[in-house]
Design a protein around this ligand. Structure first.
Ligand SMILES: NC(=O)c1ccc[n+]([C@@H]2O[C@H](COP(=O)([O-])OP(=O)(O)OC[C@H]3O[C@@H](n4cnc5c(N)ncnc54)[C@H](O)[C@@H]3O)[C@@H](O)[C@H]2O)c1
Ligand SMILES: [Zn+2]
Length: 353
């Protein structure tokens, strides 16, 4: 079974990847904490599918188990849910020797992670991600948080779990569109760091476990080098600068994050080609692969609108923009780019489509 150690400034923890591993959650928890109380946070879609198995596995290891199921979807990453969890942790008698478990997608992971980070100034946390996006991205790296009425992910903490338990077999119940959203991030990893991964997805890869492991290795390595997101992590943002702008302009509702990133990757690759950074033909390859997954690859929004929204992104800290370009499939770098130059390149690319 692939076991990857994540080494951080705040301790090391294993990332366990194996089909059927959900039924071993109890053993993993018992190896992480001394206490015998567990609190599982999940959502209303995941609860009927996997909460029973998670609970049973914990009980086998003599944990008493309390649970809370929040409504599915982004609105649950809210202050109301956060405080509801604090109250329920209190009622269940959770202490710093017990364990809090996030069983769900990125929404449950981010919310629960932040609740665990702040309850009693930090309780042990195990992430059990159940969407592809959560397995390859959000459960790794220690970013947790909630949304505020005035912006997404504005309040949170860097907080590392004691373990991440990834069971690829739970992905079988995802809808096609939620699976495709995760594939956008998987394809992104291929683009920035792993040509072999990209090639095998092109060939129609069927080994989910292998694919997830490749992505997890990339994310842990990049995060290890840049735990607090000030440098190398930027590469993980390939396709995200344009993607975030599109999400913002469409009010987050009409288009999902993965879809926006898919569009962003194609435009970023094409801009790189125009600038002479990126091998010709790269954008076309990415576009073809995304289309196979029924992901969108173009936007009706104008270059000017998208540029404007990009400039107001919270991640743009200085006057110059570090834009992530590919050399070719599998190799990326962040290139400092003048705003004017960027806008002109965007206009050129937008005019083509
Ligand atoms: N912390 C990070 O580093 C990081 C990185 C990327 C994204 N995120 C966050 O992640 C969130 C998105 O995560 P997501 O895409 O997993 O969304 P999500 O958690 O909303 O899950 C998507 C849908 O799938 C359902 N679901 C989950 N697992 C299932 C399963 N096994 N079978 C059937 N249905 C299942 C959920 O109920 C939900 O309806 C966003 O809030 C985003 O900000 C965080
Ligand atoms: Zn993303």
């Amino acid at each position: 079974m692939p076991e990857i150690m994540a080494n951080t400034n705040n301790g090391n923890y294993p990332i366990l990847i194996q089909s059927g591993k959900l039924d071993r959650l109890g053993e993993v928890a018992a190896s992480c904490v001394k206490g015998r109380k567990a609190f599982i946070v999940t959502d209303e879609n995941v609860a009927p599918l996997y909460l029973g198995r998670a609970t049973e596995s914990l009980r086998k290891e003599n944990f008493s188990v309390a649970t809370c199921s929040v409504p599915a979807g982004e609105p649950s990453k809210s202050r109301d849910m956060l405080f509801l969890l604090f109250d329920q942790f209190h009622t269940a008698g959770i202490t710093r020797t017990d364990v809090i478990i996030a069983l769900g997608g990125g929404v449950v992971g981010d919310l629960t992670g932040f609740a665990a980070a702040s309850y009693m100034r930090g309780c042990p946390l195990i992430q059990v991600p159940t969407t592809l996006l959560a397995q390859v991205d959000s459960s790794i790296g220690g970013k947790t948080g909630i949304d505020m009425p005035y912006g997404k992910n504005l309040v949170g903490a860097f907080y590392q779990p004691r373990a991440v338990l990834i069971d690829p077999s739970v992905l079988s119940t995802l809808t096609r569109s939620v699976m495709a959203e995760g594939m956008a991030e998987v394809i992104k990893y291929g683009c920035i760091r792993d040509k072999m991964l990209f090639d095998s997805i092109e060939k129609g890869l069927s080994d989910l476990e292998w694919m997830i492991e490749r992505c997890v290795r990339i994310k842990t390595t990049v995060v290890q080098n840049d735990e607090y997101d000030t440098g190398e992590r930027m590469l993980l943002n390939f396709g995200h600068t344009v993607g975030h702008a599109i999400e913002k302009l469409t009010g987050y509702a009409k288009i999902s994050h993965g879809e926006a990133v898919a569009i962003g990757m194609v435009y970023a690759a094409r801009m790189g080609e125009k600038a002479g950074y990126t091998e010709e033909g790269t954008a076309a390859r990415i576009r073809t692969l995304l289309e196979k997954w029924h992901l969108p690859v173009r936007t009706e929004l104008s270059a000017e609108e998208v540029f404007e929204a990009m400039m107001s992104d919270k991640k743009r800290l200085t006057g110059k923009i570090f834009y992530v370009f590919l050399r070719g499939i599998g190799e990326a770098s962040a290139v400092p780019t003048e705003k004017e130059v960027l806008l002109n390149r965007m206009k050129e690319v937008w005019n083509e489509s």
